[in-house]
Design a protein around this ligand. Structure first.
Ligand SMILES: [Mn+2]
Length: 427
């Protein structure tokens, strides 16, 4: 475990320097008409969930290189997220993926997480692989789809799986279900576009009919993979249509990597928000496709513009949506990447909070794009690192969580405890 005492000791030598840096940043921001304390408040308040499947290494279809000491079950995944949260103070929930996570004692798992200061975020169902609920019945398979399959047995298995995930989530204290479907086609003419969309909408509506009153459900779009000719829920337009057909408490989840190259994602966010159906985010970054790289590592300015849209939706603060990191770590230590992802999210939020919205609106109303660019760039080039560190400190996290993690010896201890060749469940 990474204890608060370890964090305090690690922070101690850097405290007075941080105080000076925060004072300097406050004076710079004050000069620009910004309230640094309000920015620190918002960074400290904003949480982002960690997915259970990202504390192990992710593979590609060309192989997988386990890092050693990977969690062997969901309890150990909770341990890793607790270590992450001890360092960042911002990852206060964990999101499970069923049946990669299939706890036999949900109440025990819930108590175990609560003891470590964690709660359960949105539950993720999995009908993109055959799993125990389908293989028990030999003639049922998701090979040709789940909720959108022409085969009634496959549709029924997918519905029952989603209801079982909701039931498990209720026992864990979760309040949402995320449904990402692989349904689609690899070959033109393989299925009817209309038929698939109608069946998926019908299946989602049946799930929604049995959704607990205080729950939300999310549809998550993606243009391709594993279906390489068409996906049923391929883009934000289809996602909104499906959410509208499903019911009031069905919203759209935007996974940043689930867009074709050069898609204007900040505009997607704005549009979905205007329909009233924006429900949540999966943060990652990409160069070509669903690369699941570290959020903010490839297109940091795009992430900044996305946060700017979110702050507009929330009236100057982050709207109350489901935010989660969804990355795959092929090369880095997964915990180090999650630390860097959380830092990138907090850092970019701080930059977006530095935008003088009143000045931007004035420039827009004067048709002055150069002045609008000045407003954005002044914010984007602000050094907000001391504000982020101060917010982390306030949450009893580490001023510099990356170096604190390396100094903690956590990975080496886990290799010792769990073995050098343990492999976490997931893709
Ligand atoms: Mn996702």
């Amino acid at each position: 475990m990474i204890t608060p005492e370890f964090i305090d000791d690690y922070n101690e030598p850097g405290l007075s320097r941080l105080t000076d840096e925060v004072a300097h940043a406050e004076s710079v921001l004050d000069h620009g008409g910004l309230d640094a304390v309000a920015i620190i408040d918002e960074i400290a308040r904003f949480p982002v969930a960690a997915p259970s499947w990202a504390v192990g290494t992710g593979g590609t279809r060309f192989g997988r290189f386990p890092i050693g000491g990977e969690p062997r079950d969901t309890f150990e995944k909770v341990d890793d997220v607790a270590a992450l949260n001890a360092l960042t103070g911002a990852n206060r929930t964990i999101s499970l993926h069923v049946p990669w996570d299939n706890p036999t004692d949900p109440e025990g798992l819930r108590a175990y997480a609560e003891e470590r200061g964690l709660a359960f975020d949105a539950m993720n169902s999995n009908t993109f692989q055959d799993n125990p609920s389908t293989t028990e019945n030999g003639n049922i398979s998701y090979k040709f789809g789940s909720l959108g399959n022409v085969d009634e047995g496959a549709r029924k298995a997918a519905l029952e799986h989603n209801l079982a995930v909701i039931d498990l989530g209720q026992r864990l204290g979760s309040k949402a279900l995320t449904v990402w479907l692989a349904d689609g086609m690899n070959h033109p003419g393989q299925a009817s576009f209309r038929g698939q969309l109608t069946r998926v909408a019908d299946g989602l509506r049946q799930i929604h009919d049995q959704l607990p009153e205080d729950w939300l459900m999310f549809t998550e779009h993606k243009p391709f993979e594993p279906a390489f000719y068409s996906s049923v829920n391929n883009d934000w337009g289809s996602s909104v249509l499906l959410a509208q057909a499903t019911g009031e408490r069905c919203k759209c989840l935007v996974d940043l990597g689930h867009h074709l190259p050069n898609t204007n994602i900040e505009q997607v966010v704005s549009r979905v928000a205007m329909t009233g159906r924006l429900g949540g985010f999966h943060f990652n970054d990409s160069k070509y496709g669903d690369d699941d790289l570290t959020v903010g590592s490839i297109k940091p300015f795009q992430l900044f513009l996305i946060f700017l849209e979110l702050l507009e939706v929330g009236g100057g603060r982050m709207p109350d949506l489901a935010y989660m990191i969804d990355e795959s770590h092929n090369l880095k230590d997964p915990l180090e990447d999650l630390i860097q992802a959380t830092d990138a999210i907090q850092h970019t939020l701080a930059l977006a909070l530095c935008v003088r919205r009143d000045q931007l609106t004035d420039a827009q109303n004067d048709n002055d794009p150069a002045r609008a660019a000045e407003v954005l760039h002044r914010a984007f080039r602000t050094d907000v690192r001391p504000l982020v560190a101060e917010a982390r400190l306030r949450n009893r996290g580490a001023i510099d969580p990356f170096t604190a993690y390396r100094a903690s010896g956590y990975r080496a201890a886990k290799v010792e405890e769990r073995g050098a060749s343990s492999v976490a469940t997931g893709l």
